[in-house]
Design a protein around this ligand. Structure first.
Ligand code: MRU
Length: 350
């Protein structure tokens, strides 16, 4: 299924799982093919593929590769080897709950099929990974349609990081909302925060919106406040890596600062995320594990060192925006508003 203009984020091919190497964008468009789950796990860890929903799809496909490779007719042996793959995939990145959601879905299917023929189980696991992929695109389109109603003709929308086609199987969450509004004929312009240190906004959001012909301007992260103060930003839409039961939102580092600025300037701050990003098992955002990434991402830009050798740096990859700063959460089941402990759990009940 093609969902993005002239590129894909991830795809299941006869040779293995193919992924656009996002570390190389925008300079080079290179697709890497992985034929084993270890390769997929490393691709997730090293951010060849990134973004919460895309990581979930990749993990499901990695598990499917593992199922295809296991040669045994014993269910117990098959299951034991699958658990090793699940653990390896789960150990890649801690914050995006979609990773664990997808692995649990694959694990649940495996245990449901206990006692069946191994060939059938293998085929069912591959089909499940492909279903997770296809559903993700469909979910993003639904979310886009709900969210588009919140954007007005002529709005300039600020977004942080990349919550687009590149962060999902296709179409995107936050950028899906922007795409849907744009496709419906509204004149929308986007301001993309560059998103230090990994530069997902400058490299990825700008790349995919520009390909789609959606007007996008890149700003450095520290410009957002002054542009808001000038009244040049009407809405903010971001994605999420994990949302706690009370509506606290973990997303790319810097999102919290954007939310505080939005509150200061009375600008609506929307979060677009599928139900698979909502973790009702965590009562609030303090319980969300925050990934710490390598110092190199901060000490260097590309190959160039920008911090003196020997000076320590910090690199938490995500922050938590308290629910009080979130105007609404856009999902595939509708738009949730405060009090989120009620509105989010209601979405799961439907
Ligand atoms: O470290 P990344 O690039 O995986 O972080 C991605 C984000 O923070 C996105 O905003 C989030 O995963 C939502 S993607 C639809």
């Amino acid at each position: 299924m093609t969902s993005n203009k002239g590129f894909y984020t991830i795809r299941w091919l006869d040779e293995g799982v193919s992924m656009l190497d996002q570390r190389l964008l925008p300079e080079k468009e290179v697709y890497n093919v992985y034929d084993n789950y270890q390769g997929v796990a490393e691709a997730i860890r090293s951010m060849v593929i990134r973004g919460a929903p895309a990581i979930g799809v990749a993990a499901a496909m990695g598990a499917a590769l593992s199922a295809e490779a296991i040669r045994t007719s014993s269910y117990d042996e098959f299951s034991a080897q699958m658990q090793v793959a699940f653990e390896a995939l789960a150990s890649t990145r801690p914050t995006a709950v979609n990773l664990f959601w997808a692995i649990e879905r694959m694990r649940g299917l495996l245990s449901e099929l206990e006692g069946g023929e191994i060939d059938d189980i293998r085929a069912a696991l591959v089909a499940e990974a492909l279903a997770i992929y296809a559903e993700d695109i469909e979910i993003n389109r639904k979310m886009g349609n709900f969210g588009a109603s919140l954007l007005n003709d002529g709005d300039t929308v600020l977004t942080h990081c990349n919550a687009g086609a590149l962060a999902t199987a296709g179409y995107g969450t936050a950028l899906g909302v922007i795409r849907a509004a744009f496709e419906s004929g509204k004149r929308i312009s986007v301001l993309a925060d560059e998103t230090r240190p990994f530069l997902q906004g400058a490299r990825l959001t700008a790349w995919e919106l520009h390909k789609d012909g959606i007007p996008v301007t890149v700003i450095t992260d520290n410009m957002a406040g002054s542009i808001m103060a000038k009244g040049e930003i009407q809405k903010i839409v971001v994605g999420a890596d994990r949302i706690a039961a009370n509506g606290d939102v973990a997303n790319k580092i810097g999102t919290f600062s954007v939310a505080v600025l939005a509150w200061r300037h009375d600008i609506p701050f929307y979060v677009a995320a599928p139900l698979s990003t909502i973790d009702l098992s965590l009562s609030d955002g303090t319980m969300i594990p925050i990934e710490e990434r390598s110092a190199d991402e901060v000490t260097h830009i590309g190959d160039r060192r920008i911090v003196p050798d020997g000076v320590p740096v910090r690199n938490p990859a995500f922050d938590v925006t308290p629910n009080s700063l979130v105007t609404a959460i856009i999902t595939e089941k509708g738009i949730a508003k405060a009090p989120y402990s009620k509105s989010l759990s209601r979405l799961f009940g439907d």
